[in-house]
Ligand binder design. Structure first.
Ligand code: BGC
Length: 767
């Protein structure tokens, strides 16, 4: 204990001098150039980690140097896991199995395909996010997976066409932070570790990895160039919440940050994550993202996956020749073993990889991870991420239609379903034309126990209510039976890991919708979208009476949308991103950055917009979106009244004296300074869930930033109080000179309402 606190202090002093040496003069600090931060801070075993660290230190002290090294990199094993840490039988350590992803256990059978991150974001429901995570964690546990490779809060969604934005929750850091906190705690409550990824600024797929170009020249991965304030207020923010929740692991990213590779960047790993945020878990590479040996260890990397081309016996050689401290290897091993103890995996946990088959034909133990207890949460999670954006004259819910016509490729189920297939690419990059889209592509795609496609659920509906149904999935200009009461058109917008999206619309689907709408007076469009999808080509067509952004609901997709269409459920989703009227409105944040000019071999992406992404950019430039961030309709209506602010007795005159860093950072960041409250009424005739949203205009910050939200069920005709406690961090701006969060002098603006632009209540306060 004594030794480690002295090292911690020494580390802090060295860190402070490293930062001072940079001579901070402006917001551009750290821009394009990543400052060195050494040595790597040793975990302190603070707060809830104390007991686990006590055990881990004793355990690691009993290991040989080689055994310690074996903990720091995966091995090639026929385990069925994405990554495997070998067992050390001599001391009773069974090894570790780590596997994707944030929305379901990948590559195995008898698991559920849960709603994706973006769908969770669109549901704006903290309690549901936690329930989903608990059930998800249970499935990982049953399968013998020690660490789930998720959730995702990077990318956050800076680039509108980003290929992996659907894996994360929201383009807003506060919303992402709240949902990742619930998710990490939920997963870890089952004894499974969360590996929150990808740290950090992994905002596009294009050039995410180094490659050899046509000329045979080695091209480095993209560098995300970010200033210090933007780093804190936007990209680091949700990771801070993940660390606060105790995330066992953090996955470092493929691309470079300020020209230094994500998995050997001492500023982000040693400086931000381990020193400033007090991270007690371990840093794991993204797959094959290790590009240096001792440099990566000294920069704060703890575990290389799926194996290391660099470490192994070189680590012990480096200790012998003085290029690496023995204490660094001890810290790597201790962090890994401490999480194992902290999660209780030493007392009872299924054998690593127990339910994970190597390939589709392999013999494996049948482990049923799906639980009847998860059914309600699975369906509710699927329902709540649907966002109703247009509903002319109450077209929805449907009123007992007799003849229902169904069009579009996205209504049908897949032709084949195999439990370990991963389709990284669709034959049509913009859409998944082979079947309904319930998840995006890549490592986040898991195999469902079943897929309830929209057409399956619609046929059950016809069976139940004696109606009749007609369909045509393949024609772009289908014939219509003119006696149809409603035409349902199902289209999608695909996205996958490893490539960015070719655009935010596609000609085929737009033509299909227009053709149907030209013939059918009551055309309802359901759009499964793995990211932003523009709809201006047809949304104002007078026959398009209703539109649902259906996102990525997981395997209960059909049942969920039919419950909404028929009014058994009331839509309560809200957009976690901005839908523009035209693609150009996203400006320089529409397309991913490309290799160019002098930087061909060292591609650069300058995050010069700072924190102004998504709605903050639209607000700053006064651009009217088609559907703003936070927007979504219900079958009922809501009214807001009685805005109040109440100060707590926390002093704000001086910054609290330096506190010991806990997991999540300075504990004073969570002091509650002020509470905003109001009353929300359901003024319609059906019960419904409202998502009251609190935005602040913080002095010296963007026009508005989300700083509170809730989801409340309100019976028709009734009202309910809502309250939003605001912490020091919520009310602060990152001060680059002081390297602290600081409350601002001047007037804060408060806005409360049902979206980022429908804000009936407003006020001000000063601190
Ligand atoms: C992805 C990670 C994933 C890993 C293991 C990588 O390509 O970027 O998100 O966890 O593969 O499958």
């Amino acid at each position: 204990m004594v030794r480690s606190s002295i090292t911690g202090l020494l580390g802090a002093l060295l860190l402070a001098s490293a930062i001072r040496a940079e001579n901070i003069t402006s917001d551009a600090h750290f821009y394009g150039e990543s400052p060195p931060v050494y040595p790597s801070p040793e975990a302190t075993g603070t707060g809830p980690w104390a007991i686990a660290y006590g055990k881990a230190r004793t355990f690691v002290a009993s290991l040989t140097a080689e055994e310690k090294v074996n903990l720091t990199a995966g091995i090639t094993a026929d385990s069925g896991c994405a990554g495997s840490i070998p067992a050390i039988p001599r001391v009773g350590f069974p090894g570790l199995c780590v596997t994707d992803a944030g929305n379901g256990v990948r590559g195995t059978d008898f698991v559920n395909a849960w709603s994706s991150g973006l769908h969770v974001g669109a549901s704006w429901n903290k309690r549901l996010a936690r329930q989903r995570a608990i059930h998800l964690g249970y499935e990982y546990r049953q399968k013998g997976v020690n660490v789930a490779l998720g959730p995702v809060v990077g990318p956050i969604g800076r680039v509108a066409e980003g290929g992996r934005n659907w894996e994360g929750f929201s383009a807003d850091p506060y919303q992402s932070g709240v949902l990742v906190y619930e998710t990490v705690e939920g997963i870890q409550s089952t004894g499974v570790g969360a590996c929150t990824k990808h740290f950090i600024a992994n905002e596009q797929e294009t050039n995410r990895n180094p490659e050899t170009d046509d000329q045979g020249e080695y091209v480095e991965s993209l560098s995300s160039n970010i200033d210090d304030r933007t780093m804190h207020e936007l990209y680091l923010w949700p990771f801070q919440d993940a660390v606060l929740a105790g995330s066992a692991s953090i996955m470092c990213s493929y691309q470079r940050i300020n020209n230094s590779y994500g998995c050997q960047n001492s500023k982000v790993l040693n400086g931000l994550l381990k020193e400033e945020l007090g991270f007690q878990g371990y840093v794991m590479t993204d797959w094959y993202a290790q590009h240096g040996g001792i440099a990566s260890a000294n920069a704060g990397l703890d575990m290389a996956m799926p194996h290391s081309d660099f470490w192994n016996s070189n680590l012990t050689d480096a200790i012998a020749n003085g290029t690496m401290e023995a204490s660094r290897l001890d810290d790597m091993a201790t962090r890994i073993i401490a999480t194992w103890y902290h999660l209780g995996q030493d007392t009872y946990f299924p054998d690593p990889g127990l339910g994970m088959p190597k390939d589709v034909d392999a013999e494996h133990q049948r482990v049923i991870a799906t639980s009847p207890a998860s059914k309600d949460t699975l369906l509710q999670s699927a329902i709540e991420g649907h966002v109703l954006v247009k509903n002319t004259d109450g077209a929805l819910p449907l009123k007992s239609p007799r003849l229902v016509s169904v069009f579009g490729y996205d209504a049908k189920g897949p032709d084949a379903l195999q439990f370990n297939t991963i389709s990284f690419q669709s034959s049509y990059p913009a859409i998944q034309r082979n079947h309904t889209l319930w998840v995006g592509g890549g490592s986040g795609e898991n195999s469902p126990a079943y897929v309830d496609a929209p057409i399956d659920a619609l046929q059950r509906q016809a069976y139940e209510d004696g109606s009749s149904i007609l369909w045509n999935f393949d024609s772009i200009d289908p014939q219509l039976d003119s006696t149809s009461d409603v035409c349902l058109v199902f289209i999608n917008s695909y996205a996958t890991e490893s490539q960015d999206r070719p655009g935010l619309t596609d000609q085929y689907s737009d033509t299909l919708v227009t053709n149907v709408a030209n013939k059918c007076k009551n055309t309802v469009v359901v759009l499964h979208n793995a990211g932003i999808r523009l709809v201006d080509a047809w949304v104002e067509h007078e026959n398009v009476t209703a539109v649902i952004f259906a996102h990525l609901p997981g395997q209960d997709t059909g049942r969920a949308v039919v419950d909404l269409l028929y009014g058994r459920a009331n839509p309560s989703g809200r957009l976690p991103y901005t839908v523009a009227r035209q693609a150009e409105d996203y400006g320089s944040l529409l397309h991913p950055a490309q290799r160019e000019g002098d930087y061909w071999l060292f591609p650069q992406s300058n995050f010069s917009e700072g924190v102004l992404i998504d709605y903050r950019a639209f607000d700053a430039q006064n651009i009217t979106p088609r559907y703003e961030f936070g927007y979504g309709l219900s079958y009922t209506t809501f009214d807001y009244s009685d805005l109040q602010t109440r100060r707590s007795n926390v002093s704000t005159t001086a910054y609290p004296p330096n506190a010991t860093i806990e997991q999540g950072g300075n504990p004073h960041l969570w002091d509650e300074i002020l509470t905003v409250s109001a009353r929300v009424s359901n003024t319609g005739v059906v019960d419904g869930d409202e998502v009251p949203q609190l935005y602040l205009g913080i002095p010296n910050g963007p026009v508005r930033q989300l700083r509170g939200f809730d989801k409340v069920r309100i019976v028709a005709g009734e009202s309910t109080p809502v309250a939003f406690p605001l912490t020091r961090r919520d009310l602060s701006v990152w001060d680059v000179d002081a390297q602290q969060w600081h409350l601002q002098e001047g007037e804060y603006k408060v806005y409360l309402g049902s979206s980022s632009r429908d804000l009936p209540l407003s006020g001000t306060f000063s601190i």
